[in-house]
Design a protein around this ligand. Sequence first.
Ligand SMILES: Cc1cc2nc3c(=O)[nH]c(=O)nc-3n(C[C@H](O)[C@H](O)[C@H](O)COP(=O)(O)O)c2cc1C
Length: 209
Amino acid sequence: MADTTNVLKLEHEIMPVLTQRRSPRAYSDKAVSAGVVEQIFTAASSAASCFGEQPWRYIMGSQSSSPEAFEKILGGLLEFNQVWAKKAPVLAVGVAKLNFSHDGNANGWAKYDVGQSTATLAVEATELGLQIHQMAGFSPDALRAAFSIPEGFEPVVVFTLGYPGPASDLPAGLSEKETAPRARKPLAEFLFEGAWPTPAGERYDQAPV
Ligand SMILES: Cc1cc2nc3c(=O)[nH]c(=O)nc-3n(C[C@H](O)[C@H](O)[C@H](O)COP(=O)(O)O)c2cc1C
């Protein structure tokens, strides 16, 4: 069933699943089945990537089926994320392979591509009634040590995965954030047709000499 909590209201109508995707901190205790996990990570593999490298790797830990891995990922989060992420049924680390396989050169788009695959799996999760919440608040060194992640690979994001739960389950402060209105920049602030915008009233091509 679709998560219809706090959907985005935008200037133009877009696919409903995109307005329903959100980053909850509250999760229900409903377990995420292996089949659902596989479907969501299969969606990740559908993303485009530079040279078709598919530089994304994911380490996942489930409270029900791989609790040791779950605890290791949780241990790599900064405390402000641990307080709520500990209740999620699944945690995952997105890891980038930093060099191209075909020539060994640095892949400057590896992290961009991990972002693309993670964004894609987030939409698949939403379509199935689940949500993810991505986090930059983690220690890459702690995760590298906990999972013996080799040189040439870098943890770039951690996220929760699960069925959303009631905001009232969260500690005070976080519950208000969960239901606070969501907003986005208007198109005019990030879509520029024809030229990069200049501040109103300024003409850089006519600057005084
Ligand atoms: C790369 C990245 C890092 C983030 N880091 C954190 C984090 O450490 N802790 C947190 O609570 N939320 C984190 N977020 C969630 C954002 O705050 C959230 O996506 C944003 O406020 C928009 O909300 P929405 O995803 O519900 O639309 C992160 C999101 C992204 C994409």
